[in-house]
Design a protein around this ligand. Sequence first.
Ligand SMILES: Cc1ncc(COP(=O)(O)O)c(C=O)c1O
Length: 445
Amino acid sequence: MPKDVMRNPSSVWHPYTQMSEWDKFTEIVGGKGMWLIDSEGHRMLDGVASMWCNVWGHSKREIISAIQRQSKKSPHTSLFNLTHPEAESLAKKLVSISPNMSRVFYSDNGSTAMEIAFKIAIQYWQNVNNPARTRFVTLTNGYHGDTFGTMSVGFVPAFFWRFKKNMYKTIQIPFANSYRIPRKTSIEDYYEQTLERIEKSLSRDDVAAFVMESGAQIAGGVNIYRNDFQSKIGRLCRKYNVLFILDEIATGFGRLGSLVEYTAQKSPPDIVAYGKMMTAGYLPMAATLTTERIYKSFLGKYSDMKHLYHGHTYTGNALACAVANQNIMLYKKTNLIAKIKKTSRIMSRRLGEIKKIEIVGDIRYKGMLAGIELVSDQRTKKPLRFTKSVNRVVFEAARKNGVYLRTLGNILVLVPPLAISEKEMNFLIDGTIKTLKSILSERRL
Ligand SMILES: Cc1ncc(COP(=O)(O)O)c(C=O)c1O
């Protein structure tokens, strides 16, 4: 084992991290608005929205009060045999913002919300006497979580290849981002070919559902869909009587500029999952919503055993429900979606400055999301590489410029808290430019 391995004395094992690269981790001891404060008193603007979920910053009075109020009443009671007012009112709110949806199943994180969507889909077909429909059709580079079910459906090769043998079979339609489509193929032709492949798969009689991220793939490379792509897939699902499952865990709740992305995409699903920003980044919670048609297929006599066999200890946690209720009220009260549209214009306008930097190959963006693909050669599009991970190098350089940044492989993802001010958005872009320029000049030395 190399000498520097195991230098870090902490007992914490960090996610998606080569632990030997880090002597120690920057310790965050506080948060104020959009800023993170570390144990040495330095401030960093949170360009990652604390893993894509923070909405209002880190000290939103109304959200903290909602937690305090609810914790005095009851922090957690079970939804097994019982209900509580916060779960009831949140379900009503979620249904009211989600056209065509009528029922809500709560869980603790995005991965479980998607697992629930898959279980509902499989059992739905059993309930309606078509048990042969068990397969999921998906796009490559989709991401739906890190559990085995979600890895099977949303295979991102770089993340999951080690576990492939243990995954279940799905039908994966090849799908690349616009920067990496096959050479000599126009983007229009590429999308047409993809839709043709999807249609062919959906015509099989063993398909339970088509599953995709709504509006864009994020973890698999920040791939923003072209107009009509998602709605055309939705129409194909209807044509072949296949369920259409949308994952809005990272792209809903305003990340791409709409409260519910499938309304912007004109593609109503049969099942949709929300997570991340639903609780503004304060407490873990997710939800799986279905249409009335799907829900009704689960009804029957107890002895039919048609009910959904799924539930977690913290399903419908009262604190999280209270936070989500308060969060949705704040979206409305502050007209957050209109504000996002304005702030995101700064981001799109200024991304041109980033594009000029020599190590930037491509930038893909929508709403409050941008993926900056880093390359060592703009002509050959060869991904930028260091002996250390690109993430480690970018994080260190960004920290010195007062911003918290993270990459997915060689893609720097800008995902600021949604309520970020225009001034802070400019600071984030300035910090990103300084970071990339400092990396470039170090490479030249
Ligand atoms: C689109 C999408 N679906 C599902 C998930 C999984 O959510 P969680 O990390 O809360 O399990 C993520 C997480 O990043 C995601 O981006």
